[in-house]
Design a protein around this ligand. Structure first.
Ligand code: ADP
Length: 664
């Protein structure tokens, strides 16, 4: 076994690999970009080395630098994680030339599966069913059109070098074929530098079912059953499960055998996934599944397989790469229970699932009831440079129903403040009747998306708690002095206070009156809610509303607060923060970064006279540029950042000199 390995990745997968390596007594070397210098994977590893600036081309994709760090740190092998360099045969060749082991398959195996058309031809030869279609060399438009007519519409045109759903066009009517072909070729050329396409029969009710395979360097290959990844949004997986609901035993056996044949056909070593598409317009059947592509790496969703087989796939990878045989034979493997994985992302479902960024002011992941694989901690920032994943939440249960109930409970116990997340969307999916019944296909989310992202009304209780919290009335009872315990209690007169909060795009002025010991009346849109606090502490508020005892949790954020109630997060921004009358800060003496990003252009200099509205800083965030201007006329007293620097939201960028008395 290796003594020391380097993990050429970041985030949750780097942390995941480090944990197994540590358990096996293997020392770990992390690598990081400037944006990740203080991140969790760096802290977890035994040592960490800087790669370069934040953009991936200057850091996580730098082959020579990674090999140099292997030499400097004396790492014997490299685990690539997923993404980045994990399916790059040139990287494998460069490592091999430097005498370093790649923890993964051979460069030849990666190349064999790199292009969809060649992979399909290879699989057909190995007796693996492929989607009916044409995947040859002839790219003449008239010839391809004739093939499409033969296959029968609808057809799917796919760029052979495609990935991530790019360069794909569905054609329903022969009249549209040539225009769609041109579009797919153009996209293939633009995204992958390769205009070649293949044509497939388009399946109208497909399920994405993939088989986990494993090979070693002694000619052995096994499969570890299937995962169903049909819950997709725009071809991106959202919730995965294992096994696949409703899977007939004969089909499982046929798919497993086909996947092992596929792996053996390319002398596969290490962890891999054979992705199949199953035509379920007439239910699942062993004669209606087809090879789609092979991923020659560990997948994001591998934990569901680990949960049902009781195996650690990273441990298997390390053993196989160090020359050992596969830990188990096919008949030693079996399925135990059911598992789900949900991908928790910083993204705004209501705004078209726009990736979000932000500093995680508050983060409470449900590690007490689920397996949580995460690369971030409370206080960390989701930057625009990388995948905005916060965590993978994995649950296991004796059966599908129990496991799904656990997934919902885990999502409801998840608390994130400082960035929007898809947690509510994931929870809504868990409650979806079709999904609960196991009636899934890749179109499910698209069909029901509006209902899945619909936002309900904010419960009055939540509005009341937010108001009390923003007025400072929800402080924990401290000390032993009974007077300290009288929350919001001001002598014997009922005091009236107003909270001004922005919530879901509207401003709310909420009146709160103290009624006595820990009792309040909160006035909400004509209604009065009376509420008695029974406990406040550790972020938890317990209260009584007329004989109903309930609880919520609360977290302060940079601009306001978040209330977590009944499994949902509600964000409030204090109006004084927005209107800028908070201690004169936003009144114009300072310029603060409104979001995490990169200081792209900095025109401000110390001592420079500026006029209100003059552009001073251009911040690049989420691949867009945001111009920040002078808040008032004045002179720049100090500049605290430099061009090229990565900043978090709330970072002080520059300050203006105080107004002098003779300023007109
Ligand atoms: P990419 O490599 O771009 O991700 P894939 O070939 O893996 O493309 O397909 C991505 C997704 O597109 C699948 O998971 C499935 O939802 C859909 N898809 C692919 N092929 C077909 C097909 N022949 N019919 C219907 N849907 C398909």
């Amino acid at each position: 076994m290796f003594k020391k390995i380097l993990i050429a990745n970041r985030g949750e997968i780097a942390c995941r690999v480090i944990e197994t390596a540590r358990r096996l007594g293997i020392r770990t070397v992390a690598v990081y970009s400037d944006a990740d210098a203080n991140s969790k994977h760096v802290a977890l590893a035994d040592e960490a080395w800087r790669l370069g600036p934040a953009p991936v081309a200057e850091s996580y994709l730098k082959v020579e630098r990674i090999i140099e760090i292997c030499r400097l740190s004396k790492a014997e092998a490299v685990h690539p994680g997923y993404g980045f360099l994990s399916e790059n045969p040139g990287f494998v060749d460069a490592l091999t030339a430097a005498g370093i082991t790649f923890i993964g398959p051979s460069a030849d195996a990666i190349r064999a599966m790199g292009l969809k058309d060649a992979a399909k031809a290879l699989m057909q030869k190995a007796g693996v069913p492929v989607v009916p279609g044409y995947h040859g060399d002839n790219q003449d438009p008239a010839f391809l059109k004739a093939r499409a007519d033969e296959i029968g519409y609808p057809v799917l045109i796919k760029a052979r070098a495609g990935g991530g759903g790019k360069g794909m066009r569905r054609v329903d009517d022969p009249i549209d074929f040539l225009a769609a072909l041109e579009g797919a070729q153009r996209e293939g050329q633009a995204s992958f530098g390769d205009p070649c396409v293949l044509i497939e029969k388009y399946l109208t009710k497909p399920r994405h079912i993939e088989i986990q395979v494993f090979g070693d360097n002694h000619g052995n290959a096994v499969h570890l059953f299937e995962r169903d990844c049909s819950l997709q949004r725009r071809h991106q997986k959202v919730i995965e499960e294992a096994p696949a609901p409703g899977m007939p035993e004969a089909m499982r056996a046929a798919m497993g055998a086909a996947a092992v044949r596929a792996a053996k056909a390319i002398n596969y070593s290490g962890a891999g996934t054979i992705e199949f598409i199953a035509d379920v317009s007439d239910g699942l059947s062993e004669d209606r599944f087809y090879f789609m592509e092979m991923n020659t790496r560990l997948q994001v969703e591998h934990p569901v397989t680990e949960a049902i087989t009781g195996q650690d796939l990273v441990e298997w990878q390390l053993k196989v790469a160090s020359g050992e045989k596969l830990p188990l034979t096919q008949d030693q493997l079996s399925i135990n229970g059911w598992a789900f994985e949900a991908r928790l992302y910083a993204e705004d479902a209501a705004k078209g699932f726009l990736p979000a960024t932000g500093t995680l002011d508050h983060l409470r992941l449900p590690a007490h009831i689920a397996r949580v694989d995460s690369g971030v901690r409370q206080g960390d920032t989701i930057t625009p440079y990388y995948d905005p994943m916060i965590a993978k939440i994995i649950v296991h249960g004796p059966d599908r129903k129990t496991a799904l109930a656990r997934l919902l409970a885990a999502l409801e116990a998840t608390e994130v403040a400082g960035s929007v997340t898809n947690a509510t969307f994931l929870a809504a999916l868990c409650r979806h009747e079709g999904f609960a019944a196991g009636d899934v296909d890749t179109g499910l989310i698209g069909r029901d998306q509006d209902a899945l992202i619909a936002q309900g009304e904010t419960p009055p209780t939540v509005m009341a708690l937010a108001a009390l919290a923003s007025l400072g009335l929800l402080r924990p009872a401290e000390g032993t002095d009974p007077w300290d315990r009288l929350i919001g209690w001001r002598g014997w007169s009922a005091s009236r206070q107003f909270a001004v909060l922005d919530h879901k795009g509207a401003r709310h002025e909420i009146e709160a009156r103290s009624l006595g010991r820990s009792r309040f009346a909160v006035h909400l849109a004509g209604n009065v809610l009376e509420l008695e606090l029974t406990h406040v502490g550790d972020g938890e508020i317990r209260f009584d509303t007329g004989g109903h005892r309930d609880k919520a949790r609360l977290a302060e954020t940079g601009q306001g607060l978040s209330v977590f109630y009944a499994g949902e997060a509600f964000e409030f921004v204090r109006a004084d923060v927005l209107s800028g009358d908070d201690e004169g800060d936003a009144a114009g003496d300072k310029l603060v970064a409104p979001m995490p990003g990169l200081v792209k252009v900095l025109t401000a200099q110390k001592g420079m006279a500026v006029t209100r509205g003059q552009p001073l800083v251009i911040l690049e965030a989420m691949k867009m540029e945001h111009t920040l201007t002078a808040p008032r006329d004045g002179v720049i007293a100090d500049v605290f950042v430099a061009a090229g620097e990565q900043v978090t939201d709330g970072t002080l960028l520059l300050a203006l000199a105080e107004e002098t008395a003779d300023a007109a």
